[in-house]
Design a protein around this ligand. Structure first.
Ligand SMILES: [Zn+2]
Length: 274
């Protein structure tokens, strides 16, 4: 009996040390592991919310993640965009994938003043907590506002606050405008009408209603796509595909600058806490 007790004690001590060691490893893994948080502007998506959600789910799934969680950082939700007015967006993605962080809204908008003043900067910790909690389920968070250009929106300021909080906690956090990634060059088979649209100078190139969303929905901002049809190949600078009325389009970005600079100035480059 006595002998057995000693064995038990010894075993416990050993497993206790093991547990401690594993916990320390876990903690350092947690600290080293990079968490990615996306920012996004719903500009242009007001009538196609379901398509946007469909695209994000396909893209994140292809990247090995679960469906993303949405953090709404608007100070108020009464807007003209149908899919984002009131709780319309929340109803589509459902409550478990949606959180309204009103505290991270732009108080200046509510006050009718110009500029950017985050309602409660401390709430940046809540957004970081959400990103950490979601990462445990291999899901990532997209925080959003309405504005098109990230650098001109208060989400840029919110990103700074969240990165500062992550740095304070010793976490490796990266924030990038959805869908993320560095510009690349890719070939896309397209009908002649798409090439014709490009040569006519249209701002959106129609690519049909059955597209590979994981691929074309995640085109990094500032990428070059070669539209191909037979022996024809027409390059243009673009970003992620968007949906309008009845089909998908690739936007034509007429940059007045070289791509890397354009990305930097407008807020499309990843920022990191380490
Ligand atoms: Zn904004």
């Amino acid at each position: 009996m006595f002998e057995q007790d000693r064995i038990v004690v010894r075993f416990d001590k050993r497993s206790h040390n093991l547990i401690l060691r594993e916990a320390a490893l876990d903690e350092s893994n947690q600290k080293m592991k990079r968490i990615t948080l996306f920012s996004w502007g719903y500009w242009g998506w007001g009538n196609s919310v379901k398509k946007f959600v469909e695209a994000t789910d396909a893209i994140e799934s292809a990247r090995g993640y679960g469906s993303p969680i949405f953090a709404d950082i608007r100070i108020r939700r009464s807007v003209r965009a149908k899919g984002f007015n009131g709780n319309a967006f929340e109803k589509i993605v459902r409550a478990e994938r949606y959180v309204w962080l009103k505290d991270l809204g732009n108080q200046a908008v509510a006050d009718g003043a110009g500029g950017i003043e985050i309602a409660n900067p401390k709430a940046a910790a809540d957004l970081l907590d959400l990103a950490i909690k979601s990462a445990e389920d291999r899901r990532r968070v997209i925080f959003f506002c309405a504005c098109q250009i990230p650098a001109r929106c208060h989400r840029s300021k919110v990103a700074r606050l969240v990165l500062r909080e992550a740095k304070k906690r010793g976490l490796n956090l990266e924030i990038i405008e959805w869908p993320g990634g560095d510009p690349l060059e890719m070939n896309v088979e397209a009908p002649k009408t798409a090439i014709a649209a490009l040569s006519r100078g249209l701002k959106y190139i129609p690519i049909g209603n059955r597209v590979d969303l994981a691929r074309l929905g995640s085109v990094p901002w500032g990428s070059t796509v070669n539209l191909q049809n037979g022996s024809q190949s027409e390059p243009f600078v673009t970003g992620p595909a968007c949906f309008q009325v009845s089909q998908w389009y690739l936007p034509v970005l007429n940059l007045d600058d070289e791509v890397d600079r354009w990305r930097k100035v407008n807020g499309y480059v990843a920022r990191s806490s380490v």
